[in-house]
Design a protein around this ligand. Structure first.
Ligand SMILES: *Cc1c(COP(=O)(O)O)cnc(C)c1O
Length: 405
C-alpha cells in the first residue's frame, strides 16, 4: 500500500457495521499503515508533512482531505472516533480531551446566546455547574427538572429551547429517564435530545436507536475502563458532529493521540467488562438490600428500583453503579468509607478497581445545597462503582464499616 493511500483512507474504517458489538469493539476503525502493524498504531505527532506547497494549500483550505495538525485530526484519534461511532450506531463521532470538554464543545457548537436548555437535576455535578453557572454568563439558560417527570420536561420547553440534556441512569441515584418518551416530547417541538451515555456505554444502552440525536461520553470512565486517561466524545449524525468539530478544531479541547490509543485498547474489552461488572453490581446490590445497617439501595437491576420496568426495557442490565444510604448521617457514611481496606476512596468510576465515594462532599460538593437536595444527594448516601474484584471480598470490606455503625 502506498503511504498516500494509507493516510487518505484514515477517515473511514472498513469493518462492516453489520458485525456484532463485541466484534466492532475490537476491529472497527482500524486502518493499517504501510508497515501492516497488527495492533493500532500510535501516531504521536502534532503535525503532518505535505508533498508540496500545493498540497499544503489544498489541505488547509479543506479542498483535499487528510491530516494537517493534531488539534484538527490525528489518525489514532480518528480510529477511536470510528470505533465508538460504530458501537453507538452513529454516523460520526468527535473525540474530546475529557467528558467535560465534550459537554463544553457540544453546547458551544450547537447553542447561541438567547438559547435555552432543559436538563435533569440529576446531572453529573460538573455538567450541572457548566449549564447552571458558566453558560448563563454567555446568555445560554438552563432549566433543571426532575429526571423521571416527563410532564416537567415538557412544561419546561420554551420557544427558544434548543436542547434536552439527559443522563441516564443518573449519578449517583441511578434514576432512569425515559429516552424514547423524552425524544417524542422534544422532537414534536423541534428540540434536539442529547444523552450522556457514560454509565451504560453502548454495550448496555444505545440512545440513538431510541431516537436521541446525540450521544455524549466521558471516555474517562468505562470506555478506558482501567482508570488511566481522560477523554470524551460526541457521536451522532455528521451534520451535528461537524458543528462540534468546527468548534473543537479552533478552540482546541482535542483528544490526545496517546489517550486515543489507550482508549482503543479499553474499547476492546468493553463488552466483557460491562457484563462482568454489572453482574457483580447486581449481587452486591442484593446483599446491601438485605444488610441491617443499610437504609435504601439504588440500583436499576433491583425490582425495588422505582423505574425497574423502564430499566429492563431500555438497558441490557443494571450497570455497575450501586448507591445506598446508611442508617445515620454524614458521620456514619464516612465511617463506612474510612473502614474500607479494599475499596478505593476515589471519585472516579468505571475502573476495574471498585471505588467508594461520598457524593455530598466530593462529586456533588461544589453545587449549591439546593441543587444537591434537588438531586437527592443526602449526607447518608454512598456510591459504589463496582469493578472486577470478587463480590465476597467487596462484601467483607463493606461489612466491617457497616457493622461498626
Ligand atoms: C465523569 C463524568 C463526566 C465528565 O467527564 P470527565 O472525563 O471527568 O471530564 C460527565 N458525565 C458523567 C456522567 C460523568 O460520570
Amino acid at each position: 500500500m502506498e503511504p498516500m493511500e494509507a493516510s487518505e483512507s484514515m477517515a473511514s474504517g472498513d469493518t462492516p457495521r453489520s458485525y456484532s458489538l463485541e466484534t466492532l469493539a475490537v476491529r472497527a476503525g482500524q486502518e493499517r499503515s504501510q508497515f501492516n502493524e497488527h495492533s493500532e498504531a500510535l501516531y504521536l505527532t502534532s503535525s503532518f508533512v505535505f508533498d508540496s506547497a500545493a498540497q499544503a494549500a489544498a489541505r488547509f483550505s479543506g479542498e483535499e482531505e487528510g491530516n494537517v495538525y493534531s488539534r484538527f485530526t490525528n489518525p489514532t484519534v480518528t480510529t477511536f472516533q470510528e470505533r465508538l461511532a460504530a458501537l453507538e450506531g452513529a454516523e460520526a463521532c468527535v473525540a474530546t480531551a475529557s467528558g467535560m470538554s465534550a459537554v463544553l464543545s457540544l453546547v458551544m457548537a450547537l447553542c447561541s446566546s438567547g438559547d435555552h436548555i432543559v436538563a435533569s437535576t440529576g446531572l453529573f455535578g460538573a455538567t450541572q455547574q457548566m449549564l447552571g453557572s458558566i453558560m448563563p454568563r454567555f446568555g445560554i439558560q438552563t432549566s433543571f427538572v426532575a429526571q423521571t417527570d416527563n410532564a416537567a420536561w415538557q412544561a419546561a420547553l420554551r420557544p427558544e429551547t434548543r436542547l434536552l440534556f439527559l443522563e441516564t441512569p443518573s449519578n449517583p441515584l441511578t434514576a432512569i429517564a425515559d429516552i424514547a418518551a423524552l425524544v417524542s416530547i422534544a422532537h414534536a417541538r423541534g428540540v434536539l435530545v442529547v444523552v450522556d451515555n457514560c454509565f451504560c456505554t453502548p454495550i448496555l444502552q444505545r440512545p440513538l436507536d431510541l431516537g436521541a440525536d446525540l450521544v455524549l461520553h466521558s471516555a474517562t470512565k468505562y470506555l478506558d475502563g482501567q482508570g488511566r486517561v481522560l477523554g470524551g466524545a460526541v457521536a451522532g449524525p455528521r451534520r451535528l458532529t461537524d458543528e462540534v468539530f468546527r468548534f473543537l478544531r479552533t478552540a482546541g479541547p482535542t483528544l490526545s493521540a496517546f489517550n486515543a490509543w489507550v482508549l482503543l485498547k479499553g474499547l476492546e474489552t468493553l463488552q466483557i467488562r460491562m457484563h462482568a461488572q454489572s453482574a457483580k453490581a447486581l449481587q452486591l446490590a442484593q446483599w446491601l438490600e438485605r444488610h441491617p445497617r443499610v437504609e435504601r439501595v439504588y440500583y436499576p437491576g433491583l425490582a425495588s428500583h422505582p423505574q425497574f420496568d423502564l430499566a429492563c426495557r431500555q438497558q441490557k442490565s443494571g450497570g455497575a453503579i450501586v448507591s445506598f444510604t446508611v442508617k445515620g448521617a454524614r458521620q456514619e457514611a464516612w465511617k463506612v468509607v474510612d473502614s474500607c481496606r479494599l475499596l478505593s476512596i476515589t471519585a472516579n468510576l468505571g475502573d476495574t478497581k471498585t471505588t467508594l465515594t461520598h457524593p455530598a462532599t466530593t462529586t456533588h460538593g461544589r453545587i449549591t445545597p439546593e441543587q444537591r437536595a434537588a438531586a437527592g444527594v443526602s449526607e447518608d448516601l454512598l456510591r459504589i462503582a463496582v469493578g472486577l474484584e470478587a463480590v465476597v471480598d467487596l462484601q467483607n470490606d463493606l461489612d466491617g464499616g457497616l457493622s461498626s455503625i
